[in-house]
Design a protein around this ligand. Structure first.
Ligand SMILES: Cc1cc2nc3c(=O)[nH]c(=O)nc-3n(C[C@H](O)[C@H](O)[C@H](O)COP(=O)(O)OP(=O)(O)OC[C@H]3O[C@@H](n4cnc5c(N)ncnc54)[C@H](O)[C@@H]3O)c2cc1C
Length: 351
């Protein structure tokens, strides 16, 4: 393996993978280091991308830019690796009242929502779903099989001989104003993309990370749906009669373990959403790398200009990582300005 690179990226989750690809697009030489932790957010996540979210059903931040780009990006990666991982699929959200139905009849025609709404149904539409008032069918949505994507990209980096399976230890890093030395590897810049684990990195532990635990179930039911169903919980068919469902949100979690409370919460919401009673096959948990203002944090370290960060993808890594990987590559490699909402400089006063 070569020993000198322009960039050494630490972490090959959604953040590190996209940044590596986009830096390479600009002609940079990039090495990626990852230690393959099973419980990384990217390995646990459901993988949904959904342009209209939340209890109040608002358009996702920057949706008009992020959604078209993510489809182009993941399809390009499918072509590059010869593997399939992007599944474009509509999301159906049942209404709970006539008022909500009326609200969506109006909203669906507005320029703000038109490109994300496939149809609005005013009466029961999907068998097995509790939707007496109909629902809204969203488009530009679906899910990414994240482990398949990350594995395919890791194989691609390995073929280039630029992947290092190792745990990065900050105390081993030697910095000068010109470059960084890590063992035998020399790099002009080191960019940390460590997700939730990055909160313990001594270069960035002053940032306001606010990790959010999430739990998911894999269940079996003797049914099928023409869309991902989403109200309170999502129900995503991953293979015949097997569905992924969740997730919970817990800001005060004591651990990373699946809990009885989390399982009960998901099953209760499923009961309100579906006619079927599912049988649980698997229960798992992870912790999302969220931040105080729910925006990514990215840019150069305030003191060490050889060190950068791409973190804080929170609940939406599948949606955010493609466009922001490109945006950040432009900033790191071509000194293009960074969007203020994600710029690490908004927190420099905490350093
Ligand atoms: C239950 C749950 C459900 C979710 N559902 C969705 C969803 O449906 N849609 C969506 O978009 N997002 C979802 N998310 C959020 C999504 O998983 C995250 O936004 C995203 O995966 C974060 O990616 P990341 O690359 O920043 O971090 P991570 O995925 O944590 O990746 C960091 C990588 O860095 C490696 N690493 C860390 N430290 C070191 C070190 N010192 N040395 C070497 N390697 C290191 C880790 O092994 C890991 O591979 C969910 C998260 C959870 C927990």
């Amino acid at each position: 393996m070569r020993k000198a690179f322009e960039y050494l990226l630490i972490g090959q989750g959604l953040a590190g993978t996209s940044l590596a690809v986009h830096l390479q697009d600009l002609g940079a030489s990039v090495a990626v280091m990852d230690d393959g932790r099973d419980q990384s957010s990217s390995r646990v996540a459901a993988g949904l991308y959904n342009p209209v979210t939340g209890r109040k059903m608002v358009k996702t931040w920057m949706a008009d830019l992020l959604f078209p780009y993510l489809v182009d990006y993941y399809k390009r990666m499918e072509k590059l690796t010869g593997k399939e991982f992007l599944h474009e699929r509509p999301i159906y959200r049942p209404f709970i009242s006539v008022e909500e139905q009326n609200e969506w009849m109006g909203k669906s025609a507005s320029p703000e929502f038109a490109s994300f709404v496939e149809d609005v149904y005013q009466k029961k539409n999907i068998a097995g779903v509790q939707d007496p008032f109909g629902g809204v069918l969203l488009k530009q949505s679906g899910f990414l099989n994240i482990p398949a994507y990350l594995d395919a990209m890791q194989d691609y980096f390995r073929q280039q001989d630029t992947f290092i399976k190792e745990t990065f230890r900050p105390e081993k890093l030697e910095l000068t104003s010109e470059e960084a030395q890590y063992g035998e590897i020399r790099a002009k810049k080191v960019i940390f993309c460590e997700g939730t684990f990055g909160a313990a990195n001594t270069f960035f532990d002053w940032l306001p990370f606010r990790p959010v635990k999430g739990e998911l179930l894999e269940v079996t039911m003797d049914t099928t749906f023409p869309a991902i169903i989403n109200r309170g919980v999502f129900v995503l068919e991953i293979r015949k009669e097997v569905f992924r469902t969740g997730s919970t949100y817990d800001n005060h979690h004591p651990d990373w373990l699946p809990s009885d409370k989390g399982r009960a919460q998901i099953l209760e919401k499923l009961e309100q959403l579906l006619d079927n009673r599912p049988e649980v096959l698997r229960h798992y948990a992870g912790v999302r790398p969220a931040t105080a203002d729910r925006r990514p944090i990215a840019g150069w370290h305030p003191e060490h200009r050889t060190i950068g960060l791409f973190n804080g993808l929170g609940t939406k890594g599948v949606t955010l990582s493609p466009w922001f990987g490109k945006h950040l590559a432009g900033h790191f490699h071509e000194e293009k300005p960074l969007l203020g909402d994600v710029n690490i400089s908004r927190y420099f006063s905490l350093y």
